[in-house]
Write a protein that binds this ligand. Structure first.
Ligand code: UDP
Length: 458
């Protein structure tokens, strides 16, 4: 029940402090949520790390970032990593370690020194230290899980996998000797089709103290201590995983998908592996010749640091590639992905299966070819491909080969004898409609969250 006064009726605007995890796939959805809260009458302080704050200032200018004081403003806390002005990607293990050990006191100080009294904290699910920080000043804290619900349950199931002695792995060889193909059909909240290799990749370690494995497990297990958990997903897409979350977390609010969608002429392959994925020069070349061999037009976003150890990755492309694809290929280093996916020209999305990319693709009705890199991307990939789950995708395969890439693209674009491409397109269109329906429901859930939790004062 809504017992708190709606924001506009209090006379003074409630102040929400939003704290994303400092990586693009987390900042994007948190910014969307923060803008919605702002639109619903909140003053917002959006807290980046200094590293990301500097990047924002460089791209937008100091005046734009300063915002309207007291209305929507950006603030920054240190992340404790060595200062660098290079526009390089920070690696996940270092960020995880740094945020957990370095950010908490800075965040506490920021809350204590806030110009306007804080009404609530909305923090990323990987910044769970914010729960205690909010409790200290006596305000509610909602944790925003920006990835998939199936990914969340994938991490939660690390615990029973540990208890059964399956992880950490006994020896490195288990990564290659077929052990990872083990069926795991008993994991609560998960598809019956899971294999060990479909779980978030951070379990692929022999080290019981592995930073990413222990960090992720610790963070997901702390979720139930929050006032609420917000999930960037919706029930029709992930009912079982969301039910799994609700069985362990008292208050779960689905508010996804955040962002619109529409589309029509499907002739271009869009390729983007997100903000973190890295690959070898050989893998880059296999993708390049696969695209060339597919015969289709393409837009390929090659991040400057996508090739391991190379800061000018596009120059690692074979020189003959440009000649072979002249007139039908466009390379870029970054793009407005949601706008690209919504463009009717895009026929298939070759993706690393990041959750934002996956949802953005579903919202736009675009089928996918998946090449998961790490974390819960393997799990997203499995669900996207399984016909009795989302049925909108096919896998490229870990060992990327040009012929397979070309064949998969042709199949997904509806060529050849098979009906697979058409079926995926149809399912993607259905998910697009379901996503549009879910947005209305999710905005209602968000209003309940505001009334029941964020403005509850406890
Ligand atoms: N993105 C973008 N342009 C790019 C690459 C990525 O706008 O060229 C956005 C993309 O739309 C998504 C986010 O960055 O919202 C990436 O998040 P995701 O969870 O897909 O992957 P991650 O980058 O965390 O691996």
């Amino acid at each position: 029940m809504n017992t708190a006064a709606p924001p506009a009726a209090t006379g003074k605007k409630p102040h929400a402090v939003c704290l994303p995890f400092p990586a693009q796939g987390h900042i994007t959805p948190m910014l969307k949520l923060a803008k919605i809260l702002h639109g619903r009458g909140f003053d917002v302080t959006f807290v980046n790390t200094e590293y990301n704050h500097r990047r924002l200032v460089r791209s937008r200018g100091a005046a734009a970032v300063a915002g309207v004081p007291g209305s929507f403003r950006f603030a920054a806390i240190p992340d404790g990593l060595p200062a660098s002005d290079a526009d390089a990607t920070q690696d996940p293990a270092s960020i995880s370690h740094a945020t957990k050990h370095h950010c908490p006191p800075h965040f506490r100080r920021l809350l204590a020194a806030a110009a306007a009294p804080v009404a609530c904290v909305v923090a990323d699910g990987l910044m769970s230290f914010a729960v205690d920080a909010a409790a200290e000043i006596g305000v509610p804290c909602a944790l925003f899980w920006t990835a998939s619900a199936c990914g969340y349950m994938g991490y939660r199931n690390f615990r029973p996998l540990i208890d059964r002695g399956i992880i950490p792995l006994k020896e490195e060889e288990q990564l290659t000797n077929g052990f990872m193909d083990m069926e795991v059909d008993w994991a609560p909240g998960m598809s019956k089709h899971m294999r060990l290799k479909d779980f978030p990749s951070f379990l692929r370690t022999t080290d019981p103290d592995d930073v990413l494995m222990t960090f992720q497990l610790g963070e997901v297990e702390r979720a139930e201590s929050a006032s609420a958990v917000i999930v960037n997903s919706f029930d029709e897409l992930e009912r079982a995983a969301l039910d799994g979350m609700r069985a362990i977390i008292p208050a779960v609010y689905t508010i996804g998908p955040l962002g619109p969608g529409e589309a029509p002429a499907r002739s271009v392959v869009y390729v983007n592996f997100g903000s973190v994925t890295v690959m070898s020069g050989e893998e880059l070349a296999e993708f390049a010749w696969g695209l060339a061999g597919s015969g289709h037009d393409f837009l390929w976003v090659v991040r400057p640091d996508v090739v391991r150890g190379d800061t000018a990755s596009a120059s690692a492309l074979p020189p003959e590639f440009a000649e072979a694809t002249r007139g039908r290929g466009l390379l870029a280093s970054w793009c407005d992905q949601e706008a690209v996916l919504r463009h009717g020209a895009v026929g298939v999305f070759l993706t690393h299966s990041g959750w934002n990319s996956t949802v953005e693709s579903l919202c736009a009705g675009v089928p996918m070819l998946c090449w998961p890199f790490f974390a819960e991307q393997q799990t997203n990939c499995r669900y996207a491909c399984a016909e009795d789950e989302w049925g909108v995708a096919m896998e490229v395969g870990d060992d990327v080969r040009r012929d397979a890439v070309a064949a998969r693209i042709r199949e997904a674009m509806g060529g050849g004898e098979g009906t697979k491409g058409r079926e995926m397109r149809k399912r993607a269109e259905e998910w697009k409609e379901a996503a549009a329906r879910a947005t209305a429901v999710s905005l209602g859930n968000l209003d309940s969250l505001i009334g029941d939790v964020l403005l509850s004062g406890k």
